[in-house]
Design a protein around this ligand. Structure first.
Ligand code: RP5
Ligand code: MG
Ligand code: MG
Length: 249
């Protein structure tokens, strides 16, 4: 097909000829052609801003410039969907919950070190096409924090079974744009972050055998406080979890 014949020039449809498109000459259609004077208007129709069910919520910063176009290292144009499992337990010494300087109990979360940049992060990953977010959350946790990819089929099934119910009772912490270093003007990360919390001292999570796998090169229980520094927007998600659980930050 010939590109940008009907979607170029004149006014944007259904705007009563009030929203003009910026002039784009034939030889400036391609993104690869330099065009420093290109200053298109931003427009979203009022009926879209009103938020019908099929429209994205207004997630703000995806409109901003990142200084680079194309897809970068991301596979998809537009949003690239991920899921982040934030698995938490109370820090204990003996059978006492340890408290921070705030007098509040210290929460710990399962934190992995990313192989791509060495940053510490939530063990999240991409939602596969057609995959339920709830399945991604458990799968990525198994892969990155428990190395399920290198388990025997039996061990994998046993571990999955052990965690399945625990992963049913999560709380949504965040949904939307992620400030990921891979983002470009045309491709960016979005995530759904869930908190799975074990309140029971000595419960299920205290006997987990953490073992980094796939795109994680290390894994640990990380004490939560404002001192932590994490990949992308993960620190914000963790802060929210600390607040929700009334934990030390
Ligand atoms: C971040 O990238 C998300 O929050 C998620 O943690 C991660 C997904 O990408 P990969 O870990 O698959 O590279 O933006
Ligand atoms: Mg992964
Ligand atoms: Mg990952």
């Amino acid at each position: 097909v010939r590109m940008h014949i009907k979607c170029r020039g004149g006014f944007y449809p259904r705007t009563d000829d009030k929203v003009p498109r910026a002039e784009v000459p034939d030889d400036k259609v391609e993104w690869s052609a330099p065009f420093p004077d290109y200053t298109p208007k931003q427009y979203t129709a009022p009926h879209i801003l009103a938020g019908p069910v099929y429209a994205d919520p207004d997630i703000g910063n995806m409109h901003g410039r990142t200084g680079i176009t194309g897809r970068g290292a991301l596979g998809r144009w537009g949003p690239n969907h991920a899921a982040d499992p934030i698995v938490t337990r109370w820090k204990i010494a003996g059978n006492l919950v340890v408290k921070g300087e705030t007098g509040k109990p210290i929460l710990q979360f399962v934190c992995i070190q990313r192989r791509d940049c060495g940053d510490w992060a939530i063990p999240g990953g991409m939602v596969d096409p057609g995959e339920q977010v709830s399945a991604t959350l458990l799968r990525e946790f198994l892969e990155e924090a428990l190395n399920s990819l290198e388990m025997t089929e039996d061990d994998k099934n046993r571990t999955e079974k052990k965690l399945k119910d625990f992963f049913k009772a999560g709380e949504e912490v965040y949904r939307g744009y992620v400030d990921d270093r891979r983002n470009t003007d045309n491709a960016w990360m979005e995530t759904v972050a869930y908190n799975f919390h074990e309140n029971d001292q000595g419960g299920l999570l205290y006997s987990l055998n953490l073992h980094a796998g796939d795109d994680a090169q290390a894994v640990k229980w990380q004490d939560i406080s404002s001192q932590i520094n994490l990949y992308a927007s993960h620190r914000d998600f963790i802060q929210k979890v600390a607040e929700n659980q009334n934990a030390h930050w």
